[in-house]
Design a binder for this molecule. Structure first.
Ligand SMILES: *Cc1c(COP(=O)(O)O)cnc(C)c1O
Length: 405
């Protein structure tokens, strides 16, 4: 009886791009700082100084994983804050020199796009580069867009919906040569891909712990020495005066542990995930009138993104949830609105197709059996939904033409 019940509650988590389960090493690293070592690192007594030592230690370990110095690390409340602070800082530096042009791409995270929108209202000019159908931008296109008044290029490392990995090193080289600050939102890449900010000419990088099995509400803005950061939050002198507020020591320790673990297991995890990913892509490609979003190779090891013609993404997700599969559509961040994903529109998917999207993002905990179960479930659900869809009837009868052949 009990085992049957357990079975019916078994869940398959394939939404790791939204957030990840915390790893044991991260939890273990946090506990002592919630219980015994709870001092404020700004306090002069021993309890405070122990916390301050932990902070120094975590900063050094995180810097080592990114190829920067400890001084170049600023702790933030997550990826969104890091993106905001990076972009606003570069804009303020540019403004002083009369440079008010920023280059980015059409498929950035909203933390970037909405910050750029705000700057636009303050008189900045924003160039959003088109993204190719394969979900990539090129360094040559970035170079062509650079003007004498360009103060910042911000291009994400890996896209959170379709998983495509951008030629960050090449873009960094172009920006370095032209003397333009280069920021990358690496929230989806850190812990999953090998990163070295110095070698890759990255001036500023954002990361978030909860995307690599660390705690939520903590992240890093890594900014090259010499780049003056602007404060988003005023107050105490924490983070060298650039980010006020008592440091979240437990979360910072959890983040350091999760990052070290992810980097130590990176090759092994990537290999495993790539094989699961490709198996899933092969399986879902068999569904008629389906298309993989983003380049098949230049994508995150764990990302699978599809569009299915004649399907409404939200129904697909709810029925998959009933079958125990946690997935996402392309439009997780715009849920509550009926607008299709800006990412899918950016790669040229038309509205009807963009509405039928499915993102499955895997972790090293997923198994071959789970992948088989996901393939079977998606096939069943797509078939069921098409069976009750008037649009599908029109497509099959030839009244409407298929867009995905
Ligand atoms: C999740 C995510 C963010 C936001 O990070 P938070 O820590 O949740 O604020 C920013 N950019 C990308 C690409 C993301 O995937």
């Amino acid at each position: 009886m009990i085992s049957d019940r357990y079975k019916s509650y078994k869940r398959i988590y394939a939404d790791n791009a939204a957030t990840t389960k915390m790893g044991k090493s991260a939890i273990d690293a946090m506990l002592p700082y919630m219980d015994g070592i709870y001092g404020n690192p700004s306090s002069l007594h021993s309890e405070g100084q122990k916390a301050a030592e932990a902070l120094v230690n975590a900063r050094e370990r995180i810097a080592a994983c990114l190829g920067c110095t400890a001084r170049e690390i600023t702790f933030t409340s997550g990826g969104s804050e890091a993106d905001n602070q990076a972009i606003v800082s570069a804009a303020r530096l540019g403004e002083r020199k009369g440079k008010k042009h920023i280059i980015s791409t059409a498929f950035e995270h909203h933390a970037v796009l909405h910050t750029l929108e705000k700057l636009k209202n303050q008189g900045f000019e924003i160039t959003l580069l088109d993204v190719h159908e394969n979900g990539l931008v090129s360094a040559a296109e970035v170079e062509q867009a650079i003007r004498p008044d360009t103060c910042l290029v911000t291009v994400m490392y890996a896209n959170n919906e379709i998983g495509t990995v951008q030629p960050v090193s090449e873009i960094g080289a172009v920006c370095r040569e032209r003397g333009v600050i280069f920021h990358t939102d690496a929230v989806q890449a850190v812990g999953h891909l090998c990163i070295d900010v110095q070698k890759q000419n990255i001036d500023m990088l954002s990361l978030s712990a909860h995307k690599f099995h660390g705690p939520k509400g903590i992240g890093v803005l890594c900014a090259r020495k010499g780049i003056l950061l602007s404060n988003l939050i005023e107050g105490g002198a924490q983070e060298r005066g650039k980010r006020a507020g008592t440091e979240n020591i437990p979360a910072i320790m959890g983040m350091a542990a999760a990052l070290e673990e992810a980097c130590a297991n990176m090759d092994e995890n990537a290999q495993r995930l790539t094989s699961l990913r490709d198996k899933l892509i092969d399986g879902l490609s068999q569904i008629p009138h389906s298309v993989l979003n983003g380049d098949a190779q230049k994508r995150l090891p764990g990302n699978v993104s599809f569009c299915f013609e004649g399907i409404e993404g939200e129904s697909l997700l709810l029925l998959l949830d009933d079958k125990g599969v946690c997935a996402s559509s392309g439009s997780a961040c715009t849920s509550g609105s009926l607008d299709p994903s800006h990412v899918l529109l950016a790669i040229g998917r038309v509205h009807d197709i963009a509405h039928g999207s499915l993102r499955l993002s895997l972790s090293a905990e997923n198994t071959d059996e789970e992948i088989e179960y996901i393939i079977k479930s998606v096939k069943e659900v797509v078939e069921y939904l098409r069976g009750i869809s008037p649009i599908w009837r029109d497509l099959v009868s030839g009244k409407k033409e298929f867009i995905i052949k």
